[in-house]
Each structure stands twice: as C-alpha cells, then as structure tokens.
Design a protein around this ligand. Structure first.
Ligand SMILES: [Zn+2]
Length: 405
C-alpha cells in the first residue's frame, strides 16, 4: 500500500492539486492556464507552478495555437494551447449515423491522425455496423502504424438519446434497442468504449475545437437526418435529469402536422429533418425520391424551390429555438449537422423567426453561426469523449507514488 501522509500536508495538497490540473485538461478540455484557474479554482501562482511541472514531466504539452493567430495579432501575445502529451496514447472516435459510419483515430491532444467514412445502412444492420467498426478500426491503426496497445479507449456518437437512467423508454434507433453498444464494442475493440448522443457530442466538439471555444452558455443545433441539440450551461455540458435533454427535434411546432417517428404529431423533425426536406421538393423525372444531398446541392446552386425549402425549415427551427433562447439566455447558437451545409438561406431563416420570437426587450440578440467543424463535429466529439475518459489512472497513480514516496 502507498503510504499516506497526514491530511493537509503540503506535499499531499500539491499532489491532489496536480491531479486536479491534469483532470481539468483531460476531462474539461481546459486548454489554457486561465481555463484551468477557472475550472479548478486554484490560484494563478499554483496553476503556473503545477503546469510547469507537468510540462517538465512530459504529461502535458504546450503548442502555439494556430487557430488563434488572428486574435494573437490583436493582443500581441502568442497564444498557447495546453493538451495532454499527444504521444501518450491514441483514441478512436466513432459516429454511427443513420446512413453511415465515420471513424477517426486521434492522439491525446485530439489531433486526428486518420479518418474514414463509409455508407452503410446502420439503422437496419446493427451487427454488420458493429463488425465494420471493429474491422475498420484495426485497418486504420495498421495503416497509420499505430500499435493497438497504445489505444486507450473509444468514444461513440449515436443518433439516439443516451439516458443516464437504465430502461428509460424505447430508443428511437428502434432496431438497436436491445443492443448495449458500449458493452458490445468494449468486448470487440478490447478498450473502454463510452457512448454519447451525437448532438451532445457535436456540442462538445464545437466547444472544445470549433466555433464555441470559450463559450460558457451554448446551444448547439444538429440538423441532419434527425434533429437534435446539445447544451453547455455555465461552462458544463447539460444532460438533464434522465440524460435525455436536447431532444430538440421532438419539440412540437405544428400541432396538427405529420405524425413523427416518436409517436407525437407535428414535431420539428417532421418539418426540418432530412426526410421532410427531400419530400418537399418535386420528385425527379421518372419518379425517383430525392435525398438530403440533392436538396443541399440544388440549394447551393441557387434553385429557388430548394432555397425556399431550406429557408422554411430554418424558420421552423428558429421558432422552436426562440423558446429555448428565451428560457436559457445562451451566449451563442451554433448550427451543425449536414443540413448546415446549406449555409446562408438556412441561417437567415433561423435568424428571422428567432429574432421575432424572443422578447423585444432582449436587445442583445444572441449570435447564430454555422459550426466550424461541419459534418465532422460528431466524430470529433466522440474523440473528445474518449480522451476525457481515457484511463490515465496509471499517470495519476504515478503522480501519487512519486509525491508520497
Ligand atoms: Zn417526434
């Protein structure tokens, strides 16, 4: 057993504080000394000293943040970014979409080393999808010369709520309802696998790596096959009492409207989901059904019908979003998911009804921006989930031993 010194001893305190600083970078995604001070509540002097020590020990790494070069030129001070030492291991991010799988292998700083996108009928072929994930992960690692033993864990983004309470209602991904994805993939990949909702993980990715960095109160909207939202409140992800907060697609916007896959009538998803957008355009010559890619393509080409369909969907989103913003008073709204690729007509539509729907006394209108990470946000969020949960206990234990021996 490790000997434990008297509580309150300086050495003991320093050891615990080192653990807190490391944990702030790992789990909270703190990337600067200011972030760490804010997250841990430790003093500037203590954080500076501990970060210096962790850098010297090779547990943290510091790099110039290229994404901040522009703001640096304004402040005159080169910004730096703290991460876990990238070479400390690798993680795998997996996004199980309705119609395909995106995989990414990344280092512990979240830098993607390789990624892969495959079309697959994920909704109806659960076994095939999980087998594919196993094979493709092995291939990605081999192709990049990464020893599988260095993989510390994986994160999975799924298009379904991930309740914290067991047996909370039927999953919306109906054919997967009796499969424990985390358990199954943990067995297949041989590393700890953590599962999160795709919209929540999109929010995580934009919060850590994208449009919402340093944003404490964020509403992230994911518009794709399904419609979802992820929230950050007061700097922390918000999941709700049962872990299913953010089911934005099932906010009712048209009480007499179409019946939704959830069983209610007139949900936002029946108006702004991919299927609704495709159905709103005339069928192709020959009667072929359109899909979201065609709607987006036509919209970007300036087709008036497609632009109208996208703008109308944006207006429906903005109407529902006005209620959310009135309730939560966010700093920023980020719009992600494949449909966000439509650009201006979508953002303009959302802005129009959102501005109209919030109280007129609210003079400082919340900014609405398209996500910076595009359709990769969810897989990058899965990478962040894996990093936050990577078993660095050996590192912590090492710190404890070195501090108490
Ligand atoms: Zn619904």
């Amino acid at each position: 057993m490790t000997s434990v010194k008297a509580p309150g001893s300086l050495e003991n305190l320093r050891r615990r504080n080192r653990g807190r600083v490391l944990r702030a970078v790992q789990a909270e995604g703190a990337t600067s000394r200011v972030d760490i001070i804010r997250t841990t509540g430790l003093s500037r002097t203590t954080v500076s000293s501990l970060v210096g020590q962790l850098l010297a020990e090779g547990l943290l790494a510091e790099s110039t943040d290229r994404r901040d070069v522009q703001s640096a030129s304004q402040t005159g001070r080169p910004p730096t970014r703290l991460t876990l030492e990238p070479s400390g291991g690798a993680v795998v991010g997996i996004h199980l979409r309705h119609d395909g799988i995106r995989l990414a292998v990344a280092d512990l700083a979240g830098t993607v080393l390789s990624e892969l996108l495959v079309d697959l009928d994920v909704d109806h072929r659960a076994d095939a999808a999980l087998s594919f994930v196993e094979e493709a992960t092995t291939e990605l690692l081999t192709a990049n010369g990464i020893d599988a033993a260095r993989v510390l864990g994986a994160g999975v983004a799924i298009s379904s709520p991930v309740p914290t309470l067991p047996r909370h209602g039927p999953a919306l991904l109906t054919t997967w309802h009796d499969i424990d994805i985390g358990e199954t993939l943990t067995a297949r990949l041989g590393v700890p696998v953590h599962v999160g909702n795709d919209a929540n993980l999109g929010a995580t990715a934009e919060h850590f790596f994208g449009a919402a960095r340093n944003t404490r109160n964020l509403v992230y909207i994911m518009l794709a096959e399904g419609v979802g939202a992820g929230l950050y409140l007061d700097g922390r992800p918000y999941f709700g009492a049962k872990g299913v907060a953010g089911e934005f697609g099932h906010v009712v916007v048209s009480p007499g409207g179409q019946v939704c896959r959830c069983g209610n009538r007139g949900c936002l998803e029946t108006v702004a989901g991919a299927e609704a957008l495709a159905a709103a355009l005339p069928t192709r010559a020959g009667g072929g059904v359109r899909d979201l890619d065609e709607v987006l393509e036509a919209c970007l080409a300036g087709d008036p019908g497609a632009v109208r369909v996208i703008a109308d969907a944006g207006r429906a989103v903005g109407t529902a979003l006005a209620g959310v913003c009135t309730m939560l008073d966010p700093d920023l709204v980020v719009v992600g998911g494949r449909t966000a690729g439509a650009g201006k007509p979508l953002i303009d539509g959302i802005t129009e009804t959102l501005r109209r729907g919030v109280p007129p006394t609210d003079e400082s209108a919340v900014p609405i921006v398209a996500g910076h990470l595009g359709v990769r946000a969810e897989v990058l969020g899965a990478v962040a989930l894996a990093i936050a949960n990577a078993p660095l206990t050996a590192v912590h234990d090492g710190l404890a031993d070195s501090a108490t021996s």
